[in-house]
Design a protein around this ligand. Sequence first.
Ligand code: C5P
Ligand code: MG
Length: 160
Amino acid sequence: MSEYRTGQGWDVHRLAPHRPLILGGVTIPSEFGLEGHSDADILSHAITDAILGAAALGDIGMHFPDTDPQWKGANSLQFLEHALDLAKRAGFALVNVDSTVILERPKLKDYRNSIREKLADTLALPLDRISVKFKTAEKVGPVGEGKSAEAQAVVTLRRE
Ligand code: C5P
Ligand code: MG
């Protein structure tokens, strides 16, 4: 019988003016974006950590320290690709990804398919194995007050 592994990932970044809002590698039209050393793509960061977690390979900061100038402004899809490569080298294949972005505004649902397609390309996974969901925080707490955005992800790996 195949061995299956589950991994969980979470990320938060502050919202800031004059920054791009990039989710799953897709730039969303918005008057503000996410602060961070890299491109601050919380969704890619959460999925990266979920992949690393399922394979017990540490976390994103261990592989891509935010003190390293090499990663300043980095496209976070490369973190995802690298995490998947590490998991593959450890003998795992990615089965599916489920994720949630929690952001008060703008509305994201019109971008769901572009984000899923970008993630599917990056992870070499069929579209029907990639789920991206969106929630507001109902105006409560730092996310609800528009100070930050969060992303959560769960992935399944299968040992080949
Ligand atoms: O947070 P709430 O339950 O009110 O969200 C309702 C729906 O609005 C979500 O299921 C999602 O489809 C959409 N949504 C969105 N963009 C956001 C937050 C929610 O498209 N930033
Ligand atoms: Mg991050």
